[in-house]
Design a protein around this ligand. Structure first.
Ligand code: NAD
Length: 469
């Protein structure tokens, strides 16, 4: 039976006459449908959130208790959420289960985070208190690579701060998020979290809607620019988490045997569909061949298959356009002189599978290096001096994250300090936590999520200044 999950508005299920297909990327065939939210229903969701805001904003300790209860409900529902995520997104079931657990982790972290007012002065002359106030209704828009955890990065801090929300997942992956809305509905007061689904224009309608005071958006650079433009006339606050083209610079003292596997998975986790995955490797000329071979050796052992097969380490790409884009980038690079030492082609059969690919002889100027590939393809570039590698690593409009790898960690850290990006890792990559801020510089984003910094972005500063003279 085809899966269909209604939207959540005002704490109840809402269906609609229009629906769109959701495709299983492992088969290439539709397996379910999701509601296409109408303009009237979007209004309904926004007004539910606005009504709920009046009381939700008032009682902080109640919010914290409810969020902890929500975390328990999400964990208890793992078996009804994770298989949906695997089927619509493609990722292995174990990773889908981890993503559900991440939602609970984020809800708990923000529920337990202490947010104290700051007293600037308190004496016989004056009392000055600085507090963080919620903004109102937040419009949250997410992409298809980590629908649940990226939603939790928004839901948990926004609700903790006293805001309410209308959340829209990607039309490629709506179902797990719609289910999350249903799971949280009995725990949250009606209207605190509304989940709507629809095709891309629904996102544009949300950003143009007069009710939200903030847009929290995760997605591509191109759409992020539209969101920023749409927010401007109404001076809506924005947080934009956008694309990345993360460099990994390997230093000449690197112990490849020790790090090859970790480096490989830093690029190929979630089939490379991670904003902050390693997307280009800069290897010293003296070790270039060794680096290519070490990465290719791991790539050859990676097991690609449907996410519901427990043996699979890599699933399919999420959707056909993305698989075709990855194939096009590889063909283009090969046409310009790169060599796919392993992989280099789509996998025959149904679904959007692509072989894990290591590109030797990649150079700056190839689209697979200059743009975000967002798939299981890793170009390896050669460098002569570390200064040159840093300049090339920084020489793009992206600035999400990056990493430097070497046996001498202090030397690697000094190089990491030179990277222009939101997060610079040393001897690791993709290490993310709820208490660690995450965001991009340049075109990779505006603002950060996570930690108390992320919570602050869902608030406005209010000062109380009382004269005592
Ligand atoms: P996308 O920009 O195509 O879509 C993202 C979301 O925006 C979807 O829900 C979509 O329906 C919606 N949308 C589309 N047009 C819109 C509009 N005009 N106004 C408002 N919303 C609109 O991105 P995608 O292809 O789903 O995701 C992949 C991209 O997301 C990659 O570039 C990736 O790097 C980025 N990403 C960034 C982060 C981060 O934290 N920095 C995390 C994950 C993914």
């Amino acid at each position: 039976m085809a899966e269909y999950i209604p939207m959540t508005m005002g704490g109840t299920d809402v269906s609609t006459s229009g629906a769109f297909d959701v495709v299983d990327p492992a088969t290439g065939l539709p397996f379910g449908t999701a509601p296409e939210c109408t303009p009237d229903q979007l209004d309904q969701a926004m007004h539910s959130a606005q009504d709920a805001y009046r009381t939700w904003r008032k009682d902080e300790s109640r919010r914290r208790e409810i969020m902890l209860a929500g975390a328990d409900s999400v964990l208890a529902a793992t078996d009804s959420i994770a298989p949906l995520l695997t089927q619509e997104q493609g990722k292995p079931l174990a990773e889908a289960q981890m993503e559900v657990r991440a939602v609970a982790l984020w809800l708990r972290y923000f529920a337990n985070l202490e947010v104290a007012d700051e007293i600037i002065q308190d004496d016989e002359k004056v009392f000055i208190r600085v507090e963080r106030r919620p903004l109102g209704v937040v419009a949250a828009i997410t992409p298809w690579n980590f629908p649940l955890s990226l939603a939790a990065w928004k839901i948990a801090p926004a609700l903790r701060a006293g805001n309410t929300m209308v959340l829209k997942p990607s039309p490629y992956t709506p179902l797990a998020t719609l289910r999350l809305g249903q799971v949280l509905a009995p725990v949250l007061p009606p209207g605190v979290l509304n989940v709507v689904s629809g095709s891309d224009p629904l996102g544009a309608s949300m950003t143009a809607h007069p009710v939200p005071r903030k847009i929290s958006f995760t997605g591509s650079v191109g759409t992020g620019k539209h969101v920023a433009a749409a927010a401007a006339p109404d001076l809506k606050r924005i947080t934009l988490e956008l694309g990345g083209n993360d460099p990994a610079i390997l230093l000449d003292d690197i112990d490849l045997q020790a790090v090859a596997e970790k480096l490989f998975w830093s690029a190929f986790r979630n089939n490379g569909q991670v904003c902050s995955a390693v997307k280009r490797v800069y290897a010293p000329e003296s070790k270039y061949d060794e680096v290519v071979e070490a990465l290719a050796a791991v790539a050859r052992t990676a097991r690609v298959g449907a996410g519901n097969d427990p043996a699979s380490q890599l699933g399919p790409l999420n959707n056909r356009p993305q698989r075709d884009r990855v194939a096009g980038l590889v063909s283009d690079a090969v046409g310009r002189g790169a060599e796919a030492v392993t992989g280099g082609a789509a996998i025959d059969g149904p679904g959007f599978f692509y072989q894990p690919t290591i590109l030797r002889g990649a150079t700056d100027g190839m689209a697979v290096v200059d743009e975000e590939q967002f798939g299981p393809v890793l170009p390896v570039l050669s460098y002569r001096s570390v200064e040159d590698a840093v300049e090339r690593a920084n020489g793009t409009n992206f600035g999400l994250s990056g990493s430097v790898w070497g046996a001498d960690a202090d030397r690697a850290e000094a190089v990491a300090d030179e990277l222009d990006c939101g997060t610079a890792w040393v001897n690791t990559h993709l290490a993310l936590r709820p208490d660690q801020p995450f965001g991009g510089v340049k075109w990779s984003g505006i603002g950060v999520e996570n930690g108390h910094w992320g919570l602050s972005s869902f608030t406005e500063t209010k000062v109380l200044h009382r004269s005592r003279r």
